[in-house]
Ligand binder design. Structure first.
Ligand SMILES: *[C@@H]1O[C@H](CO)[C@@H](O)[C@H](O)[C@H]1NC(C)=O
Length: 286
């Protein structure tokens, strides 16, 4: 017969055992975040069943994903993707207005799983006074169950697709934009700029990179996609154009890198390039 204290211990471990399992299931999973420049994302891509299917499969790997180069003012392409995603889970969508100095405009779009993520705010960065960016950054604040804290956390995601020829100037302006936007979201523990920053190869030399505040290893910013990564689909290029930059010491991430959908899905180069010339970049957010 077990002693009285042994009974008590069994009772306690029963309670705590189930608590650990319950909270583990709820909050131990980090949020999967991605940013994908889907070249010229519009009607043509989403009416091609094969391409649309691949795009939906790639987007559906994540809990929240920023899509860049949305090129369809009718909203048809985004709606078709959204409808497809909704057949698998409940998805939300937050889209920026049209950005771009000329008649060529793009939109930023965030798809996210509504069971895991709540969008608690959004902000369109305005640079009318000094015109720093071709496509002004668009930010959303998200709330999610933090795997590290086992409580709710808020983080700001700031979308940016730089103009290749101006990327040096735009990336020099990024710290001030990130600080300003972060300052507007008092409950967020940090801000993550993400997207196609054209931050490599002919657009940004290694010497230039060394001068950039976002790439200093001892400053306020942490760049989580290594310079050695290749975020381009073409075999002849090896460039880490797509990046994610963190401001805020409490932001914890892991497993940052590109998703090579061509080799992962067994696609030849031609098929892969009908999807995009960029790989998505992704990371786990805790
Ligand atoms: C997708 O699902 C969400 C949440 O259930 C809903 O609000 C939205 O209207 C749906 N979108 C489409 C295009 O059906």
């Amino acid at each position: 017969m077990p002693s009285r204290s042994a009974c008590f211990f069994l009772f306690l471990s029963a309670i705590f055992g189930s608590w650990v399992i319950a909270s583990g299931q709820k909050s131990n999973q980090p949020i999967k975040v991605a940013a994908f420049n889907i070249k010229g994302f519009g009607r043509a891509k989403m009416t091609n069943g094969v391409t649309a299917g691949y795009i939906q499969d790639i987007v559906g790997r994540y809990d929240i994903i920023l899509i860049q180069e949305v090129r369809d003012t009718t909203g048809f392409a985004l709606n078709r993707l959204w409808t497809g995603l909704n057949r698998t889970d409940s998805w939300g969508l937050t889209v920026s207005g049209l950005v771009g100095r000329t008649n060529y405009k793009e939109q930023y779009a965030f798809f996210y799983r509504t069971k895991k993520i709540k969008v608690t705010g959004s902000f369109q960065y305005d640079d009318k006074l000094n015109d720093l960016f071709e496509r002004e950054p668009f930010a959303i604040e998200i709330e999610y169950n933090s795997a590290k804290r086992s409580s709710k956390s808020r983080v700001v995601l700031l979308a940016l697709h730089t103009k290749p020829q101006d990327t040096i100037q735009e990336l020099k302006s990024l710290p001030q934009a990130m600080r300003a936007v972060y300052g507007g979201f008092k409950r967020a523990k940090g801000i993550i700029a993400l997207g196609d920053l054209n931050a490599d190869c002919s657009y940004l030399s290694n010497a230039m990179k060394k001068q950039m505040e976002i790439f200093q290893s001892d400053g306020d910013f942490v760049s989580i996609i290594p310079d050695t990564e290749d975020t381009t689909v073409a075999a002849g290029t090896n460039c880490a154009y797509d990046r994610a930059i963190i401001l805020g010491q409490d932001v914890k991430v892991s497993d940052a890198g590109p998703y090579r959908f061509d080799s992962e899905l067994g696609l030849d180069v031609e098929t892969a390039q009908t999807i995009s010339d960029h790989y998505p970049i992704a990371f786990n957010l805790y």
